[in-house]
Ligand binder design. Structure first.
Ligand SMILES: Nc1ncnc2c1ncn2[C@@H]1O[C@H](COP(=O)(O)OP(=O)(O)O)[C@@H](O)[C@H]1O
Ligand SMILES: [Mg+2]
Length: 163
């Protein structure tokens, strides 16, 4: 975070083909999901090209998927979906977990903000994950949107400029 604050981190953008990129992430996370009996559906259009820093993009997706898994019940379903709309690339991370109360939604990207401090302490989070995600997304001049409903689920949508 300190490094990010000072804007001293370097961004190295490359052309990314999203289908193979997401397949690699799926392989990396497969075991964690299996252990928790979580269904993980990945779907991506072919030929989605855009410029991004691969390490940062991976960190963005892993942080969001880690949350989706942590704040869902065993046996839940996660969806990772990507498509092109006009010249934008959309990436959706959706879970059917516990959701985020409406009153907390405006604050979840703040550093150290956690919805349920006592109950989630056992999950070992620091409340920094989404603050980092937001910084990394903005470093790409991309956008992130969140929709959530308590006891129904949460979806985060990333929007990048396509190539
Ligand atoms: N997919 C999700 N479902 C439900 N709650 C979430 C989800 N993602 C984030 N949250 C809430 O937002 C808070 C902040 O997330 P984050 O910055 O990643 O911190 P943490 O280290 O607690 O995971 C979490 O503590 C949790 O309360
Ligand atoms: Mg987190």
């Amino acid at each position: 975070m300190a490094k990010i604050d000072k804007n001293s981190f370097a961004i190295h953008k490359e052309t990314i083909e999203l289908n193979s990129f997401l397949q690699r992430i799926e392989l990396k996370l497969e075991h964690a999901f299996k252990d928790r009996n979580i269904k993980f559906n990945v779907s991506c259009q072919n030929n989605l090209f855009f410029k991004a820093d691969p390490l940062m993009l991976e960190q963005i997706l892993v942080n969001l998927l880690d949350n989706a898994m942590k704040y869902s019940h065993v046996g839940a379903e996660l969806e990772l979906k990507a498509w092109r709309e006009k010249n934008k690339i959309h990436i959706l991370i959706k879970d059917n977990g516990k959701g985020i109360p409406k009153k907390d939604l405006p604050y979840i990207f703040n550093r150290f903000y956690r919805v349920d401090k006592s109950r989630t302490r056992s999950l070992g989070g620091s409340g920094l994950g989404l603050a980092i995600v937001k910084e990394l997304v903005h470093a790409h001049h991309a956008d992130i949107f969140v929709k959530s409903k308590e006891n129904v689920g949460t979806e985060f949508e990333l929007v990048f400029q396509g190539e």
